[in-house]
Design a protein around this ligand. Structure first.
Ligand SMILES: NC(=O)c1ccc[n+]([C@@H]2O[C@H](COP(=O)([O-])OP(=O)(O)OC[C@H]3O[C@@H](n4cnc5c(N)ncnc54)[C@H](O)[C@@H]3O)[C@@H](O)[C@H]2O)c1
Length: 445
């Protein structure tokens, strides 16, 4: 039996985000793709699909229902054209949405109420494929009879089991898929954790593989029926972002919100700043926000084209108070962040007709995060050692100096920023804004 992993076609990003919307007219679904030698055997040949058209076991019906949709078209355009007719037809005929799709070139696709359910559907249906494949040596497959199928399909206990397996958690971003760049640590990690607790599927997209995988391990320990994955990503490379989109679509079926958070800081005045450091900061804080939006907006445009008219996608940039007010001896950072607000406004104008909102959140300083509090390289230690704060003898003195500049006398936390993010996602009356979350340190005109 062929069981080796096979590559999913790159065209998956041109198909699945649209199909996810076609099956999400009432509730947002999660889709997941699996492809290996066995799946390919059935996926690429309508003749072989006959053997898996009906369930073999009651369990298969409980988790996958008893009818499946096979899409055998050659091009993404044809698949979508057919899916637009076949999915409503399927619902009309059977009274429920398909939970299992087999798409030529792509593979086995589960349609779940959440990510956990998607895994179960894939496992159970792949088992059915194994039965169908192996039974060829014993005279062929023997599916359940129509009477048996109908009995199970309407079995109350089984319906109950199905609803329990689906989970019943409901958060403010339940079942949304949210990509957070730079989420291995710091603000990104904290924001991603808050959103995970609100029910989102999270993609941690970070250069730092070790920290990113640890963060995702922790997230999956906290998750209910949602899931987190890590995708090693360099936001300053388009090819890496293409891979991020492909992986996200294969795991969750689309992207509802993209949070451009990865950022770097190299402080310095005009005499110290090198062109190399200036370019480095600009490339990640400014250019990469353009790269991210260029790549992710394609998927989002496809989604909103096939979604109901009340569906909006979001791109949210984590900017800074330094994007609203100059920062002494820190112009590479402030300049890139100011530019980010210009990009946000311009992207918002371009993407509004596609129901994609684009906004920035401008946090104040996150004093508990590693940027400030790292015991070796944190800004508190650096500023103490450099004598930047007059008269400061301890880290607490440096901290007190900075807190004194905040009217609310507190640093900004990931929880504060997430409240801003949730507001921006939930509303649909505003785009192109830069929302300060600074404890009153920066106020808008
Ligand atoms: N920490 C603050 O006080 C503060 C205040 C205002 C705004 N911000 C903004 O918040 C965002 C996060 O800052 P932070 O303090 O959490 O930073 P951090 O240094 O703690 O974390 C940044 C993360 O981004 C990742 N990263 C760096 N370059 C990358 C790249 N090219 N591709 C992918 N990932 C990359 C790092 O590996 C790291 O995990 C930044 O945009 C920053 O400007 C931070």
């Amino acid at each position: 039996m062929p069981e080796d992993e096979r590559k999913v076609c790159r065209c998956v990003s041109e198909v699945l985000p649209a199909i996810r919307m076609l099956v999400s007219k009432d509730n947002l679904k999660t889709l997941k793709v699996r492809r290996n030698g066995l799946i390919e055997y059935f996926c690429e040949s309508p003749r072989n699909q006959v053997a898996i058209a009906k369930p073999f076991t009651p369990d298969a019906i409980v988790y996958c229902k008893s009818n499946y949709l096979f899409l055998n078209d050659e091009t993404p355009g044809q698949v979508l054209e057919n899916a637009e007719e076949l999915i409503p037809g399927f619902v009309n005929k059977f009274g429920y949405l398909p939970k299992v799709l087999l798409i030529k070139g792509i593979g086995l696709v589960s349609v779940g109420d959440n990510a956990r359910q998607c895994d179960t559907i894939l496992d159970v249906f792949e088992d059915a494929m194994k039965v169908a494949f192996l039974s060829q040596s014993f005279g062929g497959a023997h599916p359940m009879t129509q009477a048996q199928i109908e009995f199970i399909d309407n079995w109350e206990v089984e319906n109950y089991r199905r609803s329990v397996a689906a989970g019943n958690a409901s958060g403010r971003v339940e079942n949304k898929t949210i990509v957070v760049t730079g989420a291995a640590q710091g603000f990104g990690e904290g924001i991603a954790e808050c959103l995970l607790r609100e029910g989102a599927n999270i993609v941690v997209a970070d250069l730092n593989e070790e920290a990113g995988r640890n963060t995702v391990g922790k997230f999956n320990g906290l998750a209910k029926s949602n899931r987190a994955i890590f995708v090693k990503t360099n936001v300053s490379e388009i090819s890496s972002l293409d891979n991020l989109v492909q992986e996200t679509v294969c795991h969750f079926g689309g992207i509802d919100c993209f949070i451009s958070n990865a950022g770097v800081l190299r402080a310095g005045g005009l005499e110290d700043m090198t062109p190399e450091n200036f370019d480095f900061v600009t490339k990640i804080n400014y250019n990469a926000y353009f790269y991210c939006t260029k790549v992710v907006s394609q998927v989002m445009k496809l989604q909103t084209k096939y979604a109901s008219s009340d569906y909006f996608a979001d791109i949210i940039q984590i900017n800074s108070k330094s994007g609203l007010r100059g920062s002494k001896a820190n112009f590479a950072y402030a300049g890139g962040k100011f530019g980010g607000v210009g990009l946000t406004q311009s992207f918002a104008l371009e993407l509004a007709p596609f129901r994609i909102k684009v906004n920035s959140v401008c946090p104040g300083n996150y004093y508990e995060g590693p940027l400030w509090s790292d015991p070796e390289n944190g800004l508190f230690v650096q500023y103490l050692n450099a004598g930047k704060v007059p008269g400061a003898k301890t880290i607490d003195d440096v901290k007190a100096f900075y807190l004194a500049q905040v009217p609310m006398r507190k640093g900004c936390t990931p929880g504060d920023v997430t409240k801003g993010v949730l507001y921006l996602m939930e509303q649909c009356g505003e785009t192109g804004q830069a929302l300060p979350v600074t404890g009153g340190q920066v106020m808008l005109n």
